[in-house]
Design a protein around this ligand. Structure first.
Ligand code: HEC
Ligand code: HEC
Ligand code: HEC
Ligand code: HEC
Ligand code: HEC
Length: 214
């Protein structure tokens, strides 16, 4: 049978197929990447199931962060407190408040409160709170002034560039270990010297990709 198309046209068809495939894949990736829940923008402030306020509890009442986020200096995750912790006080304080109905309900039914996650990095990157807390990086460096927020808001981009910026020069973020949760810690010349010396002994991963991508 006579060839309708010359031989080289086979190559073109193949190339066309490949281009289409690659384009489709790229578009899928871009959509998947940008609309994945981890790619949150600074300022993200979801409505929570309970009008719980850090401004009241951590700010006005001066509660330490670790009263509720008990995992933060011991493990990778800080953890959000179980309803039991709220009931330590709210079984009596404002027990009949409408703002606490969901908390009381959760306590009665033993179903945890469906808090909406605000800070999240993708699974292919590794983060550990205790590794940071134990060397003296304070909460405020990475979360902003939580104690002034009525609703938690994302203050930092949590991007790779943001991680590396501090890893290249952590000294300004270091503080005494008993000031980790002090949201208003101020450095002075004497501390800056100590922090610089301490930073020189630390080795946060920068070039080593496997430090964060394990
Ligand atoms: C009385 C308990 C309590 C105390 C004290 C407390 N928190 Fe929280 N925290 C919560 C609860 C409940 C949530 C989840 C609801 C929300 O996001 O508001 C939360 C959420 C957060 C989140 C966001 C978690 C996410 O989803 O990404 C951060 C960050 C945080 N707290 C930091 C702090 C810091 C820093 C302090 C101390 C200055 C502190 N918290 C003190 C109870 C507490
Ligand atoms: C150490 C005690 C204590 C703990 C623990 C505690 N709270 Fe509170 N909470 C208070 C106090 C005190 C107030 C302020 C009451 C007032 O305005 O008179 C308050 C106020 C509130 C209010 C506003 C109530 C209203 O009607 O104005 C909410 C909602 C609330 N807390 C939720 C929570 C949640 C959720 C938890 C657990 C993550 C929690 N609290 C843990 C002491 C506590
Ligand atoms: C070096 C930066 C850094 C510091 C310091 C830090 N955090 Fe975080 N925090 C993060 C990142 C990044 C995430 C998201 C982690 C993830 O997705 O696995 C996060 C998530 C959280 C969460 C929600 C998820 C979880 O791990 O349970 C809470 C609550 C929280 N941090 C509280 C705190 C408190 C309280 C402190 C201070 C005692 C603190 N963080 C100090 C970077 C930091
Ligand atoms: C504000 C400063 C700061 C920020 C922001 C920060 N880090 Fe770190 N990181 C440090 C310091 C300081 C160390 C301690 C290094 C040491 O112990 O030698 C460290 C250590 C680490 C380690 C090694 C500890 C271990 O468990 O092996 C990892 C992994 C890490 N950081 C991941 C991250 C990731 C991922 C982010 C961003 C989401 C991030 N860090 C953001 C300061 C920071
Ligand atoms: C300090 C921790 C850290 C180190 C070191 C690190 N990364 Fe990342 N990387 C991250 C985090 C966190 C993200 C997620 C960023 C986001 O969600 O926007 C990420 C994302 C990425 C992505 C996805 C695309 C993007 O930009 O979001 C690639 C690819 C990547 N890293 C490659 C590398 C390579 C290659 C190296 C070594 C040269 C490296 N990373 C070193 C923390 C790190």
């Amino acid at each position: 049978m006579a060839q309708i198309f010359p031989k080289w046209s086979n190559k073109i068809t193949k190339a066309l197929l490949w281009t289409t495939l690659v384009t489709v894949c790229s578009i899928t990736f871009v959509f998947w990447y940008w609309f994945s829940p981890w790619n949150l923008e600074v300022g993200y402030e979801p409505v929570q199931p309970v009008p719980y306020s850090h401004k009241i509890h951590a700010g006005m009442l001066g509660m330490d962060c670790r009263y509720c986020h008990t995992g933060v200096d011991k493990s990778a995750v800080a953890g959000v407190p179980p309803t039991q912790v709220c009931m330590n006080c709210h079984s009596t304080i404002k027990a009949d408040s409408l703002n606490l109905v969901v908390v009381q309900e959760s306590w009665k039914t033993n179903q945890s409160i469906p808090w909406v996650r605000v800070h999240k990095i993708p699974d292919f990157a590794y983060f550990d709170h205790s590794a940071h807390i134990s060397v003296g990086v304070g909460c405020v460096s990475c979360h902003g002034h939580i104690e002034q927020m009525t609703e938690v808001r994302l203050e930092k981009p949590l991007s790779m560039g943001w991680c590396l910026e501090c890893h290249r020069n952590p000294a300004p973020h270091l503080r005494p270990l008993d000031k980790i949760t002090d949201m208003n810690f101020k450095t002075d010349l004497a501390w800056e010297k100590v922090a610089k010396a301490k930073a020189a002994t630390l080795h946060p991963p920068v070039e080593s990709c496997s430090g964060c991508h394990r």
